[in-house]
Design a binder for this molecule. Structure first.
Ligand SMILES: C[S@@+](CC[C@H](N)C(=O)[O-])C[C@H]1O[C@@H](n2cnc3c(N)ncnc32)[C@H](O)[C@@H]1O
Length: 240
């Protein structure tokens, strides 16, 4: 029997130039259960609804934005089976590859959505809900004229704070020095956050932290690491 997805890959191969390489290298078969969802399902069923009967009352709810190759999310989810993890990625290919890894690992506490993290926070999650949000080594957009594309901006941080429960934490990491300054300023400017690493603005190492794929690469390259943690505080009259 000809697999539909393989057939699609061959069709692209016959008709196009560069695209065929991408199509041919993708394996669309998910071993085990496919844990991918989408923005519409999240909007309709809510975060908990995505986990349905497999994890009815999660101990905690965690969001990772931009999970990349997924090493961090896989290890966290394996270590904390009673916690629900939602991974958001803008890249179709990375979501597909991660779905294969999650399926192979048999993790029932992970769901994956291809979306912009900013939109998930602003439009698809309720206030006072998440226990943790992780944004690890998001693209630094080093050129000045591109800096506005960085994900850590005042509006994003405000939405992240609102989505967290009181005491919940936004974790951010970067290897890029100018971006680290921006992250420090933006977090310090958000009244709903207190700095969990105070009196330090950021830490160069966090004992016990799981390493991400990019982090391993940046450590090997000797790049400086910056870890931030903004803890959601109770602000009277905030409406959250
Ligand atoms: C530099 S990689 C870091 C990957 C991973 N967090 C790590 O530390 O190994 C940044 C990732 O964020 C994803 N990304 C970029 N913008 C995004 C957005 N707005 N929403 C969700 N993911 C995004 C990219 O596709 C990429 O996989």
């Amino acid at each position: 029997m000809v697999d539909e997805n393989v057939y699609l890959a061959r069709y692209v191969e016959d008709r196009t130039g560069l695209k065929l390489q991408m199509a041919r290298s993708l394996n669309y078969e998910i071993p085990g259960t496919d844990r991918r969802s989408d923005s519409l399902e999240l909007a309709e069923r809510g975060f908990d609804g995505l986990f349905s009967s497999e994890l009815e009352n999660p101990k905690e709810r965690v969001l990772e934005i931009g999970f990349g190759r997924g090493e961090f999310l896989l290890e966290m989810a394996a270590k904390r089976p009673a916690t629900a993890f939602l991974g958001i990625e803008i890249s179709f290919k990375r979501v597909l590859k991660m779905a294969r890894k999650v399926g192979r690992a048999g993790l029932v506490n992970v769901r994956l959505i291809e979306a912009r993290g900013e939109v998930v926070l602003s439009d698809l999650l309720p206030s006072d809900f998440l226990d943790e949000i992780w944004v690890n080594f998001s693209d630094p957009w080093p050129k000045d004229r591109h800096a506005r594309r960085r994900i850590i901006q005042a509006g994003f941080v405000e939405n992240a704070a609102k989505c967290l429960v009181v005491g919940g934490v936004l974790h951010v990491a970067t290897d890029d020095v100018p971006y680290a300054h921006q992250i420090g300023e933006v977090l310090a400017g958000e009244p709903l956050f207190e700095n969990a690493f105070a009196p330090d603005k950021w830490l160069p190492e966090v004992p016990g932290r799981i390493q991400t794929g990019y982090e391993i690469d940046w450590r090997a390259a000797g790049r400086p690491l910056h870890f931030f943690a903004g803890r959601r505080r109770q602000v009277s009259g905030s409406g959250c």
